[in-house]
Structure formats: C-alpha cells, structure tokens
Write a protein that binds this ligand. Sequence first.
Ligand SMILES: [Zn+2]
Length: 413
Amino acid sequence: MKTKRLFKENPYLVSSEAMILESLPFEGHTAVILDRTVFFPEGGGQPWDLGRLTIKTGSCRSYAVIKVIEHEGEILHVLDTSDDVPVNSVCLLELDWQRRFDSMQRHTGEHIFTGVFDKLFGGTNRGFHMGDDYMTIDIALEDRAKVDTITWDMVKEAELRSNEIIYKDMPMIVRHFDSFEEASKEPMRKPLTIEEDITLVGFGSTDYDWACVACCGTHLKSTAQVGLIKAFKLESNKGMYRIYFEAGRRAFVKYQEEMETLHTLGRKMSAGTDDILSKYDAQTEKNKEKSFQLSMLKKEVVSRECKRIVKALSDNAYEGLPCERYSILTLDDLTQLGRALSPSIKKVFFLVHEPSTTVLLVSDGKNNCGKLVKENASIYNGKGGGNDILARAIFTKTEYVDTFMDLIEKHLR
Ligand SMILES: [Zn+2]
C-alpha cells in the first residue's frame, strides 16, 4: 500500500495536498495512486467519497474524482478524464464533505442501532446495506440471542434506546491495533476475522462489548452528531429479520416527508394527526355499508333487467338477434345478467358493454358462444373467448362491435 490514509487518523479532514505516484487507465478513465489521500474507498457498507483533484503545477487542471476503490492493494482515484495526468506532480484534494458527512452519520448510526440490538436482544447483524433510499440490517437470532423472535415493538424499543445514546453525546472510540493478539483481548460483540491492521470501533466505553466491533469505515466524533435514528419497517428475510431504518439528516428529511404525507391526507379527510385514524376507521365502515347497499341494488337491477328482457323475448319485441346496451352496469354485472338470461335464449342474445366496447354473447348452449367469438372476433381485430352459454368479445372501436354482431346474425340466419 503506497497511500497514507489520512481519513483513518482524521475523518474530518476535507482537503489535503498529495503527490501523484502513478497514473493508469481504469474502466475507460484515468486513475491515479497518491502518496496520501482524504478520499475513503468503498468498504464496510460505506460508499466511496467524491470530490476534486487539482494539479497545483503547470497546467493547473482540475478533475472530478468519480470513484475511489481499493484495487490490487492500492487505492485508485478514478478521474473524469481519460487523458494522461502528470506523475510526480503535487495536487490539491478536496472532498465532497456533504456526501462524506452523510455517509458518516448513516454509518455511525448503524453502529449504534446494531449495538443496541445486541445489548437488548442479543441479535447478530449478519448483513448491512446502505442504499440510496434506505439502510437495512439483517438480524439473526443465533447463540447470543436472548429472544426467539423480533417484533415491531422490539424494533421501537431499540430505536428509542439508540436515540438515548445520541442524547448522551457519547464519544465514538476508534482504536488501531497492529496485531490480532492485542486486538482480540478487547471486549467486542463479534469475533475478529482480520489478522492485522485492525481498527476497533465502539462508543461510550471500551468496556461495552455490545458497542465494539472491528470496522474500516469513517466515524463521527460523538454519537450526538448522528442526530436521529428512525426505523420504519420490519420484515422476515431468509430466517433473519430485516430492519429498514435511516440515520442523521436523512432520517430527519424522511420524517419531514412522511409528515407532509400525513398532513396532506389529514387535509383531504378533514382530520388532524390525532383523529385521522378514527376518521379513517369511520370512513371504512361507511364504505363497507355503501358497498353492501350497492351490491344489493345491482342484484335488484340485474334481476329486474332479466325479467324485463325475458318478457320482451316472449312478446317478440326484438327485431333480428336481440341486443341490449349498457354503460352504467359493469362487465361483471352483465355476466351475472347473461347467466340469468341463458335458459331463456333461443339463438344468441347480445349484451353490449359500451365503455369497454365489449359484447357478451349469451345462449342456452345450443349455439356455442365461445366458438362464435373465437371464429369471428379476430376479423375485426377483436379478442376474447368463453364457453357454450357465455362468451365475450372485446373490440377497439364501437363500430366493430356492430359489424361483429351483424356478422354473427348472418351466420345464424
Ligand atoms: Zn464503522
């Protein structure tokens, strides 16, 4: 490793001079290796830093640093250029501090939340994801587990205790160890898996085994700078429990956004946050009642329509093949009507649903409706299907419905 990691000693360093040791092509861009850097490469679930690199001599050219990764044991700073960058020149490094601070708030927040989970319930963090929209941890209930399940109330308890650790403004304790022997003597919640150059990160006290873990990321000075930790979802995932949460400024912004949603909903329902749930429940009850009344009314309408049509059929009131058109009843209602009419139909009866340019063919089974649709609907770009007594054909234009019905009538004449 040629590069001194300045962020390791001081994660608050936003700029530094550095010497360019090597320049090499990488993924279509130019990447440089520096003698020192303030840029954290991706690691431990924390994303890489962004920023600028400005050559201080000669051209004084400035480049955006678009990616920083560890590659074959070196830290590569990928630049927004594919041009050669002069080796052995001095440059100024400037960090996108807003992005780094955001990462540090989230990352430190995760340390606190996971530590508290371990302390309260003995849950082991088996996976951490820091995404664009949320962070997740996967908690496994293993040997250290004090519980046999994780509930939302437990997540809320851990969230409250985590925020109490924020209020207490505890110091974040970052200690570097050269050897495994030295580091492994310290109290910590997870066995060490790295052999050398070990950094142990904890908070509050070095005696808190639940708060201490090996980590390569960058951390805040104190728990207070995290500001806020907020969990918002719990789900089971492959035998573990996945908790969605946020920390820092993002947790606050998310809270603001969700309050906006709640207030908008409240305005629409003429309710405040204190009575929105009771108003919603009352509205749901009313809706249930209305749905029931509507279904009874529809049954009544379908039954009356059926009686009216059967009478009209017996009075020979229709010319040619009988047809009725509807726009208020739904296709499902017409299907009910079709089934009820079926025993009374001599040849074929058409029920047209105008909003969806769909025609239902109804028969007593002697004329196969499904077959009629299958063989003729496609002539007018229609599609559909059905059985002997009931079939539907769906068209793209109203005039196709009429020409289709004319064609069926000619077939059955
Ligand atoms: Zn960490």
